[in-house]
Design a protein around this ligand. Structure first.
Ligand SMILES: Cc1ncc(COP(=O)(O)OP(=O)(O)O)c(N)n1
Ligand code: TZP
Ligand code: MG
Length: 207
């Protein structure tokens, strides 16, 4: 799958019981997020797979698609539309061979040097962190919007900005050549997740 224009908003789950990951995904899909990434570091694979299936069914009517974070075998097992991997998650070329050609593959890029090593078969890049964020305690050094612009200028692949990003960053990221935003807390911690999603999306569209 190659996407020239990927949906401009990816919601990534916060590993929380309240609101539940299913409720987070439902609200984000209703609000218009085109991609919903299921990310949980410790849930057993069987539970993760069951939740992934449930989320796929719930978000389908809203035209949103599921990305699985990290778990290659689960992504294959549940037939997820997409998989997101990072620099430490394995060789992207090998992973592309494993998942076949039909699944969207996203890769994290944290610094300009990573661009040289992006193989064919990667469809989009998650670029950041833009800012320090508590949502990923082991994140790499923040690159700011300037670092994002540099990386986006080095690749034809669509780049989603990630890491502490809110609607206040939409215009600057768009000017920097970004294809969209990937967020956890800007949606998961909002008083109304659906409204927050819609506002982010509208801000991006109008930026
Ligand atoms: C869209 C998007 N971009 C970057 C990441 C980060 O992936 P990774 O570096 O593998 O870190 P973890 O999310 O696995 O902690 C992402 N998940 N999504
Ligand atoms: C998964 C991930 N990868 C880089 S930063 C980050 C967390 C993004 O969460 P938030 O939008 O709350 O900063
Ligand atoms: Mg990862």
């Amino acid at each position: 799958m190659t996407l020239q224009n990927i949906p401009p908003l990816c919601f990534i789950t916060e590993a929380a019981d309240s609101p539940s990951m299913l409720a987070q995904c439902r609200a984000a899909a209703r609000g218009g997020a085109g991609w919903i990434q299921l990310r949980h570091k410790t849930l057993p694979d069987t539970e993760f797979a069951a939740l992934a299936r449930q989320i796929m069914a719930e978000i389908a009517p809203y035209d949103a698609k599921l990305l699985v974070n990290d778990r290659i075998d689960v992504a294959i097992e549940v037939g997820a539309p997409g998989l997101h991997i990072g620099q430490g998650d394995g060789d992207p070329a090998e992973i592309r061979r494993r998942i076949g050609s039909g699944m969207l593959l996203g890769l994290s890029v944290e610094e300009a040097e990573h661009i040289q090593a992006v193989p064919d078969g990667v469809d989009y890049l998650g670029v950041g962190p833009i800012y320090a964020t508590g949502s990923k305690p082991d994140h790499a050094a923040p690159i700011g919007v300037k670092g994002f612009a540099k990386i986006a200028s080095l690749t034809p692949l669509p780049c989603l900005a990630i890491g502490g990003v809110t609607e206040r960053d939409a215009a600057a990221i768009k000017r920097a050549g970004g294809a969209g935003l990937a967020v956890i807390s800007a949606i998961s911690r909002a008083p109304d997740m659906e409204v927050a999603t819609r506002t982010l999306l509208n801000t991006w569209r109008e930026a």
